[in-house]
Design a protein. Structure first.
Length: 68
């Protein structure tokens, strides 16, 4: 019987390319808490990473939540 291979995981705290692409795609139009749950990270970590990447919430999203 063949050995099962474990999926490669990124070291704790590091962001995979897949996670970064998902963050870029979702950040502008979704709640940060929902994105954090999807990425299995803390909300503050998602906020900080998005800020460092220069990502911002879209005007449409801000209007929807009553902030614009």
């Amino acid at each position: 019987m063949a050995k099962k291979r474990k999926a490669k995981r990124t070291p704790r705290g590091q962001w995979s390319t897949k996670d970064l692409n998902l963050l870029k795609r979702l950040f502008g139009v979704n709640a940060t808490s929902k994105i954090a749950k999807k990425l299995k990270r803390k909300t503050d970590a998602v906020k900080k990473k998005a800020s460092r990447m220069g990502l911002k919430k879209s005007k449409v999203y801000l209007r929807r939540i009553g902030r614009a």
